[in-house]
Write a protein that binds this ligand. Structure first.
Ligand code: FCB
Length: 449
């Protein structure tokens, strides 16, 4: 039987970006440096030494970028605030000129009927706070809450949806355990502390939100179903640990008030006993959970892969993206159903989903055909609809990303945009995937049939 895919009229159709990846002008108008400013300006840490100094120049081109979103028919846009634009030292005096940028952006979006979805922390910690220990300092929960209060007071009446953190797992794993993202630490003993303080900051900011504003606030996590590569004991155990580490660590803390038992198995004596009072702060009622989904992981025990001793096993017949991620849409359905069952059917948004592929040069008539990305979106939007059919309360979807952008330590080499960006001229061109997404939006899913 043919099942036509239709989404509810209230469904949010968005695209997502983050401040450091697109804005450029990181020190303009009184902004302070972030840890990404420092990381990218430290020789040897990013591909080809690339930085976010210019990126997509969105800081100056935001108006025309909104115009393109409108043309595509988006009714939602997820972006993040650069903390050090608003508070150059991380705490203390507000830099009104930095805040004005976000005031204008929010007003510009609302004026054309696009709902802003604002993330407070998408990885660009003020460098001044890193100097005071960053995520390792317990005081950061209060620093973050003070910053959140500034933002809620400035924009709380106009922004319908807030997220505290983007992907705390990546912040910790990349920034404090493996050292591949800012601030570039590789320390087994720091990682659990950074993770816990991220969650304390999350909980404290949600408490502030309840006192200051009354729309919706949630947490954005990245999830990846883990499948055992074999039924050998060591692979099965590695899979359980990998699942706890990535999928359950943060959501169990935020939604259930405790960390999985596996955390001690993974970190040994580097995993402290946490005070019950901290767990009570971390567990706050949330209005939604944001799920970032890119891939699944077939996990195998692999002792050389230190410090965690597991790795993803390559699948011989799969399609892989340019970031080496297997394309596997059924796992999106699976992880959404898993969230529903484990955490009591919370409202969900897919806050990021997308793929980096090599984009061919423009054709003579100026088109950019990216069939693999079109295929990726088609399959993942269908997988979203399938989860909804199974009762998951998915209320919106954000493509990652609106624009090709600065992909962290991988620089500009990985293109995720539904719009192509020519970094020499800053010209934007809608890719075939952007047109396709626009058709899906315009037909409420009809174009997926
Ligand atoms: C996610 C990040 C986002 C981008 C995509 C590809 O983990 O949230 O900033 O880098 O991956």
């Amino acid at each position: 039987m043919h099942n036509a895919v239709r989404f509810p009229d209230s469904f949010l159709w968005g695209a997502a970006t983050s401040a450091y990846q697109i804005e450029g002008s990181p020190l303009a108008d009184g902004a302070g440096p972030s840890i990404w400013q420092r990381f990218t300006h430290s020789p040897g840490l990013t591909a080809n030494g690339e930085t976010g100094d210019t990126a997509c120049d969105h800081y100056r081109r935001w108006e025309s970028d909104i115009a393109v979103m409108r043309e595509l028919g988006l009714n939602a846009y997820r972006f993040s605030i650069s903390w050090s634009r608003v508070l150059p030292n991380g705490t203390g005096t507000v830099n009104e000129r930095g805040l004005d940028f976000y005031r204008r952006l929010v007003d510009g979006l609302l004026a054309v009927g696009i709902a802003p979805n604002v993330t407070l922390y998408h990885w660009d910690l003020p460098a001044a706070l890193d100097d005071r220990g960053g995520w390792l300092n317990r005081d950061i929960a209060d620093w973050f809450a003070d910053y959140a209060r500034v933002m809620f007071r400035a924009l709380g009446d106009r922004v319908p949806m807030w997220a505290t953190l983007n992907e705390p797992w990546v912040v910790t794993d990349g920034g404090y355990l493996h050292g591949v993202l800012a601030p570039g630490h590789r320390n087994l003993y720091e990682a659990p502390i950074a993770a816990h303080n991220l969650m304390r900051a999350h909980g404290t900011a949600v408490q502030v939100y309840r006192a200051e504003a009354k729309r919706a606030i949630g947490l954005v996590v990245n999830l990846e179903p883990k499948y055992a590569a074999s039924q050998r004991d060591e692979d099965v155990v590695a899979t359980r640990l990998a699942d706890a580490y990535m999928n359950r660590q943060y959501l169990d803390a935020a939604c259930l008030g405790g960390y999985p038992d596996e955390m001690r198995e993974i970190f040994g004596d580097a995993w402290p006993e946490w005070p019950a009072a901290d767990m009570a702060v971390i567990k706050q009622p949330l209005d939604f959970i944001g799920v970032n989904y890119y891939t699944r992981n077939v996990t195998e025990h692999w002792p050389p892969s230190l410090p965690l001793r597991w790795r993803g096993a390559r699948q011989p017949h799969a399609i892989y993206t340019e970031t080496g991620w297997e394309v596997h849409a059924p796992s999106l359905t699976r992880i959404l159903v898993w969230v529903k069952e484990r955490y009591g059917n919370p409202p969900l948004y897919i806050t990021e989903n997308g793929a980096a592929f090599y984009d061919p040069p423009k054709s003579i008539d100026g088109r950019i055909d990216d069939p693999l990305r079109v295929h990726y979106y088609r399959e993942h939007l269908k997988a979203t609809a399938e989860a909804m059919r199974q009762g998951v309360d998915v209320r919106g979807y954000y493509a990652w990303s609106l624009l090709d952008n600065f992909e962290w330590s991988l620089g500009f080499s990985k293109r995720f945009g539904i719009l192509h960006v020519d970094y020499k001229t800053q010209q934007r061109t809608v890719k075939a995937s952007g047109r396709f997404y626009s058709d899906v939006i315009g037909s409420n899913g009809g174009a997926l049939d």
